[in-house]
Design a protein around this ligand. Sequence first.
Ligand code: UGA
Length: 449
Amino acid sequence: MNIAVIGTGYVGLVSGACLADKGHKVICVDSRDEVVTALREGHCPIHEEGLPEILERNIGKTLSFTTDLADAVGQSRLTLIAVGTPTHEGEIDLSQVETASRQIGQALRDATERHTVILKSTCVPGTTRSVVAKIVKAESGKAEGSEVGFGANPEFLTEGQAVPDFMDPDRLVFGADTPEGLDDLRELYAAFPDAPRVETNTPTAEMIKYSSNVLLATLISFSNEIGNLAGAVGNIDGSKVMEGMHLSQYLTRMTRRYGREMAQISGFLQPGCGYGGSCLPKDLAALVKFAENCGVDPVLLRAVGDVNRGQPKVVIDLLRKELGSLSGKTIGVLGLAFKPDTSDTRQTPAVPVISELNAAGCKVIAYDPVVKDDESISKAVDLRAADSVDQLLARSDAVVLITKWAEFSDLPDRIRDMPDPPLVVDGRQFYDPKDFTSKYVAVGSGRID
Ligand code: UGA
């Protein structure tokens, strides 16, 4: 099938490249000249395992890039909208979806064949119908059903493993309000016959996406509230509390006698310095606002956000408890990415933690294996970069682990023989407290006697 993909961010680029790899003819559209030029030359703008190889394999064959949206839509039977949907003061900003819909509608005015427009961006329930379909129909003058169709097909890619997530999906969600729209979605994903799927109307598909992300955020904030309580009581090992919960039959699957397989969701039942990324905080905020606009008071969802916003302060309180006044102290921050295996720093908890440290009068140095010279971070907070973990350790009074990079796993060994090792504050319950011979505290536990 000939497909146009509007937007070459994480979702658009990964979806476009993977669909091309599965045999569709894909044209990816981005309004930014420099992005399109770089992609045409095969430069992958994001750190995503396997993506450079897929680009190399398909560029010039089934995958191309352009800034000309009308031309791409004109050559295609189906268009995927994968533009950004940021939030402003919690409210979702659909202006990029509106612009894309307008341009797609205009491009379809003279179309002689039926065209389908699928919304892939994460949008509040009702967007496909009340924004995309409405604008495309008005601009194109086409009739829904026979001339133009619509669908919602949210994506469930996790940054850092987006390619395997796309190629081996846990689920496919097809939202369509007409039989033709559903048929097109089935054809689009014909190469994934075994993937579990939900076929439904467009607002339900949109709601599935929000609910899925907000569940993850809720589990993290739940764990943080439990962890904060454990920390306040003292001598409660928060990691063991979680381990005990993870072993419940509801979260593990018996594989053989005494053999148990942990459900992946257990990874979200873990106290720490809070969740970040481009999805969880934004989607939670948008759903809270959406609920309020619908006259529903989202008590639980609002609390999920409140707990998360409080977690950086928990890190600072732990430091204060151990070091006393923080003024003039040097604090080393291990990890700037919002999670390991990605260079993405959007909504990373590193920023509020560092900002609190700045306010407390600390000197902050940071090391991340991948994130270097990140403008959004250097604009927001005051920090110096360390060249290596060892350099950071040597210069710090305390180190705070923010990102669970594998490179940080040997920290206990690295500091064991230091004459004056820094205090370690584990913002992710990444380490086993028993591995430390020097001072170690973890968010969600505090100090264990
Ligand atoms: C999230 C969802 O996991 C994806 O299913 C969804 O498709 C995606 O949003 C999206 O809407 O596009 P992502 O934001 O890439 O994916 O990253 P996650 O791995 O979910 O991480 C989000 C936050 O949860 C991070 O701050 C991370 O530290 C935390 N997390 C992640 C955990 O606490 N435990 C884990 O096991 C994994």
